[in-house]
Design a protein around this ligand. Structure first.
Ligand SMILES: NC(=O)C1=CN([C@@H]2O[C@H](COP(=O)(O)OP(=O)(O)OC[C@H]3O[C@@H](n4cnc5c(N)ncnc54)[C@H](O)[C@@H]3O)[C@@H](O)[C@H]2O)C=CC1
Ligand SMILES: O=C(O)[C@H]1O[C@H](OP(=O)(O)OP(=O)(O)OC[C@H]2O[C@@H](n3ccc(=O)[nH]c3=O)[C@H](O)[C@@H]2O)[C@H](O)[C@@H](O)[C@@H]1O
Length: 439
């Protein structure tokens, strides 16, 4: 008989919705909890707030078979759940360290319910942190539970399970992860978690069960290294421009060295998104505020220089639209039109030019933050949507042009189009007949 368990996912954003849907696809009974009433109502009525390839298919199947539920009621959501995932925001605070307010708030609410004696479900529960959190957060969450007098017999294991999915290929990344990282030293919790993830790694990729702190650190190390690769290539692109070399050919040449590989080597104007910067800034010796020197998109000389070289006032305009970080993405309710306070001057989410991104769940990252070139792929990627506004805005205002190049070659998982080098060459880089770089 197929193994099935009750799962709760607290926080039904990008990660929570994708994880919850994928667990339901594997036959589990999943309840997704969110404080955003509008989002829960929308999901309950069968409407997805984001577009991700395959998400709709799995979402509809799980809902029609009664395996995927949405609620704002935490008690209802976690009552029967053996495993409770936190997929909550961890936006960077003033000093760049992750803000754990949402995680601790939810942990406190769950702990209160465990103490209340009102829940019917299993006494042995696993609280799993999927959010990107500083090293040591597991202990802090554990303390939240230790502070309460939990109902007699309740046994809680606080586990780390960082998420590595990318927006744009989130479902595939979740269903076929390169690896699953589980951080716990509690044997029974490790066994349950491994059992839960076993169907996702049938093709032989590993489940790495490590101590909790190492699991938390793996996430930061991975993001930092990815950020470092892009930053490095951006510097190489600068040098290429100075010496008259072609960065695309240089990339191809170095990527054929199997020690280097082809992924994450596309130069652009600096990486954006709220997420890789977390990797740079969140991990330190104590997991707080330590900074790795890698290049973000904002204010970097490359960005400034490319802006200066852009025709007319485009460069200046592009610079004004600094890339948004996670705190700019807003948490919970969508920002209102005209409210630019949290968007670094960029357009609010419900501006027409934000539509494409908002449909992908990035509510306020709009009007050209210069990242995620996959947003430029076209309206066909958005169900019932129109991203032409977003495309026009971004093409006009931003300096990098986009080539649909698969870094990994045909049939590989790196499907997103990537920013190629810009300005120097008028010709786009096109995929070759084999789907490769065509160089
Ligand atoms: N988006 C991505 O591609 C990835 C994100 N991550 C990490 O996963 C975490 C979540 O990220 P996203 O899903 O992108 O965030 P998100 O902002 O899309 O979603 C978070 C959701 O949590 C809800 N929420 C806030 N407080 C709550 C509470 N007390 N109870 C229930 N729901 C609550 C919000 O309303 C929102 O719907 C972050 O730590 C992020 O760094 C990790 C890997 C990939
Ligand atoms: O921790 C996170 O939240 C996630 O951050 C990134 O995922 P994501 O931000 O969704 O998107 P990516 O496709 O990785 O792109 C990130 C940024 O890097 C830029 N990029 C990416 C690749 C590249 O070769 N060059 C480049 O400039 C993209 O344009 C974009 O601005 C990581 O790829 C995920 O593994 C991780 O889970």
């Amino acid at each position: 008989m197929q193994f099935s368990m009750e799962i709760a996912v607290i926080g039904t954003g990008y990660v929570g919705l994708v994880s919850g849907t994928c667990f339901a696809e594997m036959g589990h009974d999943v309840t997704c909890v969110d404080i955003d009433e509008e989002k829960v109502a929308q999901l309950s009525s069968g409407e997805l707030p984001i577009y991700e390839p395959d998400l709709e298919k799995y979402f509809e199947r799980a809902r029609s078979e009664g395996r995927l539920h949405f609620t704002t009621d935490l008690a209802e959501g976690i009552d029967g759940a053996k495993v409770i995932f936190f997929a909550l925001p961890t936006p960077p605070g003033e000093d760049g360290s992750a803000d754990l307010t949402y995680v601790k708030q939810a942990a406190g609410d769950v702990a209160d319910l465990f103490a209340s004696g009102t829940l019917q479900g299993p006494k042995q529960r696993i609280v799993v942190n999927k959010s990107t959190v500083p090293v040591g957060t597991g202990e802090e969450v554990e303390e939240v539970f230790a502070e309460r007098s939990l109902e007699h017999g309740t046994d809680v294991a606080v586990v780390s399970n960082p998420e590595f999915l990318r927006e744009g290929s989130a479902v595939e990344d979740f269903m076929k992860p390169d690896r699953v990282v589980i951080g716990t030293e509690i044997e029974w919790a490790a066994e349950e978690m491994e059992r839960l993830y076993e169907p996702f790694v049938r093709q032989g990729n590993p489940i790495l069960t490590v101590d909790r702190r190492s699991a938390e650190m793996i996430k930061y190390a991975a993001n930092s290294l990815l950020a470092t690769r892009i930053s490095f290539m951006n510097e190489i692109a600068n040098v290429c421009e100075r010496v008259g070399a072609n960065v695309d050919k240089v990339r191809l040449g170095i990527s054929k060295d199997h020690r280097i590989g082809a992924h994450f080597l596309y130069a652009g104007i600096g990486f954006g998104g709220g997420l890789l910067p977390e990797g740079r800034e969140g991990a330190g010796p104590e997991g707080r505020g330590g900074r790795l020197r890698a290049e973000g998109a904002g204010g970097h000389p490359r960005r400034q220089r490319l802006a200066a070289a852009a025709p007319g006032d485009r460069g200046e305009r592009a610079l004004r639209r600094r890339p948004l970080r996670q705190e700019d993405r807003g948490v919970g309710p969508v920002l209102q039109a005209g409210d630019r306070r949290h968007t670094g001057g960029a357009l609010p989410c419900n501006h027409p030019r934000a539509t494409g991104r908002r449909r992908r769940g990035r509510r306020v990252r709009s009007g050209g933050d210069g990242d995620h070139p996959r947003d430029l792929r076209g309206p066909d990627r958005v169900r019932g949507g129109d991203v032409r506004g977003a495309r026009r805005g971004r093409r006009a205002d931003h300096l990098h042009r986009v080539a649909r190049v698969s870094a990994a070659g045909p049939g590989q998982s790196e499907k997103s189009s990537r920013p190629a080098d810009c300005l120097r060459r008028a010709e786009p880089v096109r995929p070759g007949p084999d789907g490769g770089d065509g160089l």
